[in-house]
Design a binder for this molecule. Structure first.
Ligand code: PAF
Length: 280
C-alpha cells in the first residue's frame, strides 16, 4: 500500500475528517523517521486496534540540546515511506519545522512526576519538555483514538501517558514491548552509529539487565543488583549514565518489596548513547 503523504496541518485535518465521516477510528505512531522494525511493529499493533494508522515523521528540534545529534540524525524519507507502506500504514504526516513551530511559537509543556525521576531527565534536562510539547501537538493535531509508543523509551512512555491524562487529551496511549535483534540488542534508529565492535559491546546492556533482574527475583536488593550491573558495564568500557531499579509505573525509587519494578539503563558505547529497560 502507498501511504498518503500529508505535509501540512490542513492536509492532515482533511484526511482525518474524511476517516471520521466514514465512521473509522485511527491510531497514531509518532516517530522521528529512520523507520525500523520497532516502528513497523507499532504500525502492526495500531492496525490491530484501529481501522486506520497514521505515522508522523518529524525530527523535533525542541528535544535536542545544542551539543546533541539533531544535524546528523538519520533521515531517509523515501526508505521510511516504503517501509511504512509495507507495514500497512495508511497515511504519513511529515510537517516542516515551520509548520510545527510557526513564527512566534511560544508555548512549552512543563512536566513533573515521571519526567523528573532522575533518569533521562538528569542527563538530558531539556528533553522531556520538548517531547511533551511536540507529542501534545501531535495528539491534538491528529485527534487519534490510540497512540502507539515503544517500551524501549520507557520513561518517555510514562511521561506522555501522564501528560495526555493530565491535559485531558482523549487518546489512549498504548505501550508496546521492545523489538530486539535476534541477539537481544534493542532496535534503535541510533544503532546505525555503532561500529562493529561497539555493536558487539552493546549486547552487554541487555545481558546485564537480565542478570540483575534474575538476581532481584532471587532476593537481591534491587539497588544492589542495579549498582552491580552498572559496575560490570563500566568494567566493559561503557560510560554508564545510569542503571536503576524503579517502580514500573511512577518511576520513583521503590520503597516496598512488592512493587512492580523496571530495570532501566543508559550507557555510551563510544560516541553512541544507548538506552534499554526490562521488567523484573
Ligand atoms: O521517540 C521518538 O521518536 C520521539 O521522542 C517522539 C515521540 C516521536 C517525539 O518527537
Amino acid at each position: 500500500m502507498k501511504p498518503k503523504l500529508l505535509r501540512t496541518l490542513a492536509a492532515l485535518r482533511r484526511e482525518t475528517a474524511r476517516w471520521r465521516a466514514h465512521g473509522l477510528n485511527y491510531a497514531v505512531v509518532p516517530t522521528m523517521g529512520a523507520i525500523h522494525s520497532g516502528h513497523t511493529e507499532l504500525v502492526t499493533q495500531g492496525l490491530k486496534r484501529a481501522d486506520r494508522v497514521i505515522t508522523t515523521i518529524f525530527v523535533n528540534p525542541k528535544q535536542f540540546a545544542a551539543h546533541e545529534d539533531l544535524g546528523k540524525y538519520p533521515r531517509d524519507e523515501a526508505g521510511d515511506v516504503a517501509k511504512l507502506g509495507k507495514a500497512g500504514c495508511h497515511a504519513i504526516f511529515l510537517p516542516s519545522p515551520g509548520e510545527m513551530y510557526p513564527h512566534g511559537f511560544a508555548t512549552t509543556v512543563s512536566l513533573s512526576g515521571p519526567a523528573r525521576a532522575g533518569l533521562e531527565d538528569k542527563f538530558r534536562p531539556h528533553f522531556f519538555d520538548g517531547v511533551a510539547t511536540v507529542v501534545a501537538k501531535l495528539f491534538i493535531q491528529t485527534g487519534a483514538d490510540y497512540a502507539m509508543f515503544g517500551e524501549k523509551d520507557y520513561q518517555q512512555l510514562k511521561v506522555v501517558t501522564r501528560m495526555a491524562k493530565d491535559l485531558d487529551i482523549p487518546i489512549q496511549v498504548v505501550g508496546i514491548p521492545t523489538v530486539r535483534e535476534e541477539d537481544g540488542l534493542a532496535k534503535s534508529s541510533r544503532n546505525v552509529y555503532l561500529s562493529q565492535d561497539e555493536r558487539q559491546q552493546a549486547l552487554a546492556i541487555y545481558r546485564y539487565l537480565m542478570n540483575a533482574a534474575d538476581r532481584i527475583r532471587s532476593g537481591t536488593n534491587p539497588q544492589t543488583a542495579a549498582r552491580a550491573a552498572a559496575r560490570k558495564l563500566a568494567s566493559l568500557g561503557f560510560k554508564v549514565d545510569y542503571v536503576a531499579a524503579r517502580n514500573a509505573e511512577t518511576l520513583a525509587i521503590p520503597k516496598d518489596s512488592g512493587e512492580p519494578l523496571r530495570l532501566i539503563a543508559a550507557a555510551w558505547a563510544g560516541k553512541t548513547r544507548l538506552i534499554d529497560n526490562i521488567p523484573v
